[in-house]
Design a protein around this ligand. Structure first.
Ligand SMILES: *[C@@H]1O[C@H](CO)[C@@H](O)[C@H](O)[C@H]1NC(C)=O
Ligand SMILES: *[C@@H]1O[C@H](CO)[C@@H](O)[C@H](O)[C@H]1NC(C)=O
Ligand SMILES: *[C@@H]1O[C@H](CO)[C@@H](O)[C@H](O)[C@H]1NC(C)=O
Length: 218
């Protein structure tokens, strides 16, 4: 027979676990910093490969949700109260995986930007691998807030089911600009020390540590 105190203890332990997960998630795991810096290094050549090697004003068709800017992050935070940054990081991977795929798709085999883009995508995948491995699997099974889930569903929709009004045209260079800016915002712990105090997330954001308090109470 389980003593009441034992079950209370077990329950407390379980609750503690659930409360702990999101708290840890707000930090970028240190293991991500090297692959992030490697990707950042690739991105530093984007003007040359994503602008100079393309016709003037060249643009590709993307879903409007694939225009993922620093301001989009701000909007989502306003829409979803207490939005976990990990959710935004997951969305960032989903969005940019699609963006990179679309850029590669328009590049002929012998295009001078092809090797660059392939390397960029491979570094992006490496980073995603580290991201997935540095978080417990349950984190990726957590239900997403409704607004985020909607966005996610649109991103994974079959292209011929996407209403024409949802498409946008954007140049590969601006898409990568935004990939880079949002990366510095969402994974800022890995960039903070080397970059001059530029705040990629826009307004200074010292969030109240509500979750930390919760954890202390449990
Ligand atoms: C990221 O790349 C930029 C160049 O685009 C560079 O100035 C900066 O130092 C890099 N940051 C890190 C942390 O490697
Ligand atoms: C490129 O776009 C700009 C601004 O939309 C326009 O002024 C310019 O004429 C365009 N250039 C070409 C070559 O289409
Ligand atoms: C990228 O972001 C900048 C500002 O952050 C914006 O002006 C531009 O339209 C964006 N472009 C795309 C394709 O997302």
């Amino acid at each position: 027979m389980v003593q009441p105190s034992t079950s209370a203890y077990l329950l407390g332990g379980l609750l503690g676990l659930f409360l702990l997960v999101p708290v840890q998630m707000t930090q970028t795991p240190a293991s991500m910093c090297n692959p992030l810096k490697t990707l950042n290094e690739s991105l530093s050549h984007r003007r040359r490969y994503m602008k100079h090697n393309f016709p003037i004003n060249y643009s590709i068709r993307v879903h409007h949700n694939e225009i993922f800017k620093v301001s989009s992050i701000g909007k989502m935070k306003l829409l979803v109260e207490g939005l976990d940054e990990l959710v935004l990081q997951r969305l960032w991977f989903q969005v940019n995986q699609g963006v990179l795929k679309k850029i590669i798709r328009v590049l002929p085999e012998r295009h001078p930007s092809r090797p660059y883009t392939a390397q960029l995508e491979s570094r992006f995948r490496d980073l995603e691998g580290v991201f997935v491995h540095s978080h417990p699997a349950e984190v990726f099974q957590q239900e997403l807030p409704e607004t985020i889930q909607d966005t996610w569903d649109h991103l994974t929709e079959e292209p011929d089911r996407v209403p024409p009004s949802s498409w946008r045209y954007a140049s590969p260079k601006t898409l990568l600009d935004n990939l880079s800016h949002t990366m510095h915002c969402l994974f800022r712990e890995c960039f903070a020390s080397t970059e001059e105090q530029q705040d990629y997330c826009g307004v200074s954001r010292r969030r109240k540590r509500r979750k930390k308090d919760l954890k202390l109470k449990s």
